[in-house]
Write a new protein. Structure first.
Lengths: 391, 91
């Protein structure tokens, strides 16, 4: 994908307090070959498992239809016909908001019965041109279509009605938080934190909505997706000594001239860079954790960690979530990865003999295996743009 | 008296063999040793790859002398022996 623009997608959800699963569904995909991203948010009729089935089916179908560039009215008809009919209400129903955006900025938003989206440009609401379409068979279902060319630093925010109606039933918010209230909060957030990430903004909106609710308990499913167009945050992660020692200087130069953040994972790798760039590396005692080797501090490098144990823990956290209460080398690396959009892995393939000793614990995997797992999860779950180079 | 230098290897192999338990020495030093030792963690000192064996870790250097298969108890004993020896020499 291009270096000039990056589209970050972040989402956050709370389910209705009385339910154990989400009635809203969110599905986002990147189509790298088309330099395009699609994100779908759907609110299923009712709440709990039934709503979850309706919204999950809707997001999945909508994703397929939009991806294949099928006619939207026809697609919406198929979706409505395919959804199971609610036994109580005798209708099949789920709302949707779809963002279809390319890295050139060409953006389309389709909305059916969800609260109207926000487009934020220069800290203000931008109102793109839009038109309505509806099907012959479902005249009461109107789809709003917005079309515009997004610019760097634009944001799109789509949400379920759990956000705008947060607080209904609470005497302080008789009509709920409402669109104006949500906008005031968004405006305040982007003015105070102009570079707030998509994920952090989505989380802030949902958490703020929750504060409007009676006793802080969600009266409905509350979901939000933020799409943020910006310059990519780049990270170079160097791990492992090159197979051929003659390449030591090459990787050192790579890190020296890189136009983004840099991280080194591995003691021997750090030694190579220290030697080749004449830097001084010291242990960072503030990262002490009995389970993860300490990080080190090297001038000009954003993070230096041990290799295989730290990477293994990072992979576990990417799967299961980062432990916010810890501040060790692995949590720092995981956060650095998640804060980056474009990550260039440079992996040395020299096998560390020490780790192959059968007397050592089995957790010492081969570097290439664990890195492969990390970049796959970064691509599929976190939609990061990844390149990998083996040296 | 010069402080006794204690270097704990923080390499991967030493770490999995138990170095963190010895690193704790730095954060909770026994009172009698507070002014007498200086603890530092260092990246792999290569004792494992230079003949001592990868499974002989964790390695700790105490005033340059290598302690292999180090434990907190082993390290503390070694430090106290050194202090006793130095005090004996002084007398």
């Amino acid at each position: 994908m291009s270096d000039s623009l990056f589209i970050e997608i972040g989402s956050y959800q709370e389910h209705k307090a009385s339910e154990s699963c989400f009635g809203d569904a969110i599905l986002s995909e990147k189509l790298p070959e088309e330099q395009r991203i699609i994100s779908v948010l759907s609110d299923g009729l009712g709440s709990g498992v039934k709503a979850n089935i309706l919204s999950s089916m809707t997001t999945r179908m909508a994703m397929k239809f939009v991806e294949s560039d099928l006619d939207l009215v026809r697609s919406a008809e198929v979706m409505m016909q395919a959804l199971p009919v609610c036994q109580i209400r005798k209708i099949s129903y789920a709302t949707f908001s779809i963002i279809d955006a390319t890295l050139e900025g060409k953006t389309r938003i389709y909305e059916m019965d969800n609260p109207q989206c926000f487009v934020v440009r220069d800290f203000q609401q931008y109102h793109p041109a839009h038109h309505e379409i509806s099907s012959e068979n479902w005249k009461d279902r109107v789809i709003n279509v917005y079309q515009f060319v997004a610019k760097e630093e634009d944001r799109i925010i789509i949400m379920s009605d759990g956000v705008t109606q947060a607080g209904l039933g609470n005497p302080k918010y008789p009509l709920g938080w409402q669109r104006d209230g949500v906008w005031k909060f968004i405006e305040n957030q982007v003015r105070r934190h102009p570079h707030i990430s998509a994920k952090d903004l989505a989380e802030a909106i949902v958490k703020e909505a929750l504060t409007k609710e009676k006793d802080g308990k969600a009266g409905d499913d509350i979901s939000c997706v933020v799409v943020y167009y910006r310059k990519p945050r780049k990270l170079l992660l160097l791990s492992g000594p090159p197979f051929d020692e003659e390449k030591d200087h090459e990787i050192a130069e790579m890190i020296d001239y890189y136009d983004g953040k840099t991280a080194i994972c591995g003691g021997t790798t750090a030694n190579i860079i220290e030697r080749e760039l004449c830097l001084k590396c010291e242990m960072d005692k503030t990262s002490f954790d009995p389970n993860i080797p300490m990080a080190s501090i090297m001038p000009g490098i954003d993070l230096v960690t041990e290799g295989i144990l730290t990477l293994t823990e990072v992979y576990r956290m990417l799967k299961e979530g980062i432990d916010e209460n810890k501040d060790n080398a692995a949590t720092r690396l995981a956060k650095l990865l998640l804060d980056s959009d474009k990550i260039d892995f440079v992996i040395g393939t020299k096998i560390n003999e020490a780790h192959q000793d059968p007397n050592l614990p089995m957790e010492l995997d081969i570097r290439r295996n664990i890195v492969k797992k990390i970049f796959r999860i970064l691509q599929s779950k976190f939609l990061k743009e990844i390149t990998v180079k083996y040296v | 008296m010069e402080k006794i230098q204690v270097k704990i290897c923080a390499g991967t192999a030493c770490f999995v063999m138990g170095a963190p338990q010895i690193q704790a020495l730095e954060f909770s030093m026994p009172e009698d040793l507070v002014d007498k030792i200086e603890v530092t963690e260092v990246r792999c000192m290569n004792h494992c790859s230079q003949g001592k064996g990868y499974n002989k870790g964790p390695f700790v250097e105490i005033n340059g002398e290598v302690v292999e298969e180090a434990t907190m108890e082993k390290v503390l004993t070694k430090i106290r022996d050194l202090i006793a020896k130095e005090e004996e020499e002084k007398c």
